[in-house]
Design a binder for this molecule. Structure first.
Ligand code: PEP
Ligand code: MN
Length: 341
């Protein structure tokens, strides 16, 4: 942390700030310039309090943090990419690409069974489906709740798929964790820190969607909450952000994927379905995501999208999912070559 004084600050005021720096656990290093003095507060900023409150004092020009407010997710702390298994042997990270597919919501047995059968036939082994749905309108379908979780468990038993499903609130954590191989934190809850802490304590892998108005820094800081509270297996998911553009539901921020891949060792995946909001754009956005270096994709697919209870416009008909995968596979093979052993 760098503390810059206003020009011609008195020695007495400088001493006062030096003592404040020591009180907060840092070692002050003074640099005297022509007209200004600067203090370099040496110490681990992630372990000590921020000194930014000093900025309110009249002799201070500005306080500049040097370290990022996340450490455990950073590549500086952990150089090698993190890789782990989702369910039985579906690896993600460090060159392993994970495909997750399924309907937006779990609606009924027939719908879920058909979607699961179709994705499994396309070679996908991880099923997504919301039992609890965070909907913009309270009048929209809110999900089947426990009945939806039971249906996901049935698919797991019948097809051997791993399950990704969303947690919308602390009261559901235990029931969702009983079924899920990956706990999804949705865009609307990216910065719900109490939920993040509670979910982290379960120690099941977490898929953390980027909020539609969170910066990459805030997204990574949210991931830091998960690691600090006990969950090391975190998948970051870019799903589009809110911009002025309305040709798509959200703007898929592929730059954020490239930035996150540089900043963190955690796997980063892309959700082209929620970004596009329309089915015709899912394939090109999925291709772009693979090309930019994503470690996986999460894609919505439904046996009869026109009848879907949520996100109808963006779901790929599950009968077509094999063709979708055939389009992607050569690119995945090209872009996700495992590093030579
Ligand atoms: C979803 O995955 O169905 C969902 C609600 O996504 P998001 O949180 O990204 O809107
Ligand atoms: Mn959806």
């Amino acid at each position: 942390m760098i503390i810059v004084f206003k020009p011609n600050t008195s020695d007495e005021d400088i001493k006062f700030i030096e003592n404040k720096v020591i009180e907060h656990g840092y070692v002050p290093k003074l640099i005297h310039g022509e007209s200004r003095t600067v203090i370099g507060a040496v110490g681990d900023e992630t372990m000590h309090e921020s000194l930014e409150m000093l900025q309110t004092l009249p002799m201070i020009e500005k306080v500049i943090p040097i370290q990022k407010r996340y450490k455990l997710v950073s590549r500086e702390y952990h150089g090698d990419p993190t890789a782990f298994a989702v369910g039985a042997g579906n690896m993600i990270g460090a060159g392993d690409f994970l495909m997750i597919a399924g309907p937006c919501s779990v609606e009924n047995r027939e719908q879920l069974d058909t979607a699961t059968r179709d994705i499994v036939a396309s070679g996908v082994k991880v099923l997504r489906g919301g039992a609890y749905k965070p909907r913009t309108s309270p009048y929209d379908f809110q999900g089947l709740g426990q009945e939806g979780l039971d249906l996901l468990q049935e698919m797991k038993d019948k097809y051997g798929v791993a399950i990704v499903t969303e947690i919308v609130g602390v009261p559901h954590v235990e029931d969702v964790a009983a079924v899920a191989d990956v706990l999804q934190i949705g865009a609307r809850n990216c910065q719900n820190y109490h939920l993040l802490e509670t979910v982290a304590a379960v120690n099941t892998p977490v898929l953390l969607k980027r909020g539609m108005a969170t910066t990459v820094q805030e997204w990574l800081a949210a991931a830091e909450y998960l690691i600090v509270h006990g969950c090391e297996r975190v998948i970051l998911c870019e799903r589009g952000i809110r911009t002025f553009e309305n040709a798509t539901r959200s703007t898929l921020d592929l730059s954020a994927v490239a930035v996150a891949k540089r900043e963190t060792h955690l796997p980063v995946i892309v959700d082209p379905s929620h970004a596009a909001g329309r089915v015709d754009l899912v394939l090109p956005l999925a291709k772009a995501a693979i090309a930019v270096g994503a470690d996986g994709l999460i894609v919505e697919t439904h046996p009869t999208p026109a009848e879907a209870c949520s996100d109808a416009a963006q779901q790929i008909p599950s009968a077509d999912f094999g063709v979708f995968m055939d389009e992607l596979r050569p690119l995945i093979d090209l872009c996700c070559r495992k590093p030579a052993q």
